[in-house]
Design a protein around this ligand. Structure first.
Ligand SMILES: [Cu+2]
Length: 284
């Protein structure tokens, strides 16, 4: 204990701990395997659809807003820690401010403004991301089941097993299926489940949606970058949920047509049961 009653050992401990904390921070910042190109995306994959950049910009904007608030708060904390420490000699209690109406009004108004601005951008982008057109260029009925996926290509509203023009593919947990899509053409996913709630998530499409029994959820994207991507179920749906994976291949129109032909040649014409169990659920 010093003569004025303060114990200075915590300060000495802090001086010793600070370099360690900085070194740990540096390791965490550099050991994540991010390159300079990945950094601006703040952990999101690169978008490969026409709609993807909208999600990316929303994510980046939210981070910038959070960072502005964070920097302001850290600044205020550090400022009070440095400039409003107890003096080594003084023992008097500093001025206690209470019932400051303008400051309390500010505490209420500022968060409301922040939430309203975030809400505006979320509502604006969500309405665009979930909009579906009357006549998409392609329709794929995605069937989720414990624990894999089936894709019914180019079928009718309520997939018809007798449709000779249509084709389907179905996977297993051990052999995940591959969803083929033509590049630069719009595709509407019509999501149906045969058992429990799943969630269809082609990761690089930056869009996922629940797959609910008895309901047809829909969303539409236009893939713009050819390549092979991964997808998974994003809703805990049972013991083999983690094996409910699929691949996505965005290819030329010709390769897409050829893939459907190959499926038909293998006898995979028509559709697997879609899991649509409620009549009229199409209209929801
Ligand atoms: Cu699932």
């Amino acid at each position: 204990m010093s003569p004025n009653g303060s114990d200075r050992s915590p300060r000495r401990t802090m001086r010793r701990k600070l370099p360690q904390a900085l070194a740990l921070g540096l390791v965490i910042a550099t050991a994540t395997g991010c390159s300079a190109n990945d950094l601006p995306r703040l952990g999101l994959p690169s978008p490969v659809t026409k709609e993807g950049p909208m999600v990316l910009h929303m994510w980046q904007g939210s981070w910038i807003a959070a960072l502005v608030v964070g920097v302001l708060m850290w600044g205020l904390i550090i400022w009070s820690v440095i400039f409003h420490r107890r003096s080594r000699t003084g023992v008097q209690v500093p001025p206690q401010t209470r019932y400051n109406v303008p400051i309390e009004a500010l505490y209420t108004a500022v968060p409301i403004i922040i939430v309203s601005v975030l809400f505006y951008f979320v509502a604006r982008d969500e309405s665009k991301l979930t909009a579906v057109s009357e006549k998409p260029q392609h329709t794929v009925n995605v069937v989720g089941f414990q624990w894999s996926w089936a894709f019914n290509y180019e079928n009718t509203e309520n997939p018809d097993p007798a449709n000779q023009q249509a084709a389907y593919d179905v996977g297993t947990p051990g052999e995940p299926p591959t969803l083929y899509l033509p590049v630069n053409e719009s595709v509407q996913f019509r999501l149906t489940s045969r058992d429990v709630i799943h969630d269809f998530w082609p990761i690089n499409f930056m869009m996922k949606m629940d797959v609910v029994p008895g309901v047809v959820n829909k969303f539409e994207v236009t893939p713009t970058v050819k390549g092979e991507y991964m997808g998974k179920c994003a809703e805990l749906c049972g013991v083999d949920h983690s094996r409910m994976l699929f691949n996505v291949k965005v290819v030329d129109r010709a390769e897409y047509e050829q893939h459907l032909k190959d499926l038909r040649a293998k006898g995979q014409t028509g559709a697997v049961p879609s899991g649509i169990t409620t009549m009229g659920s199409e209209e929801k």
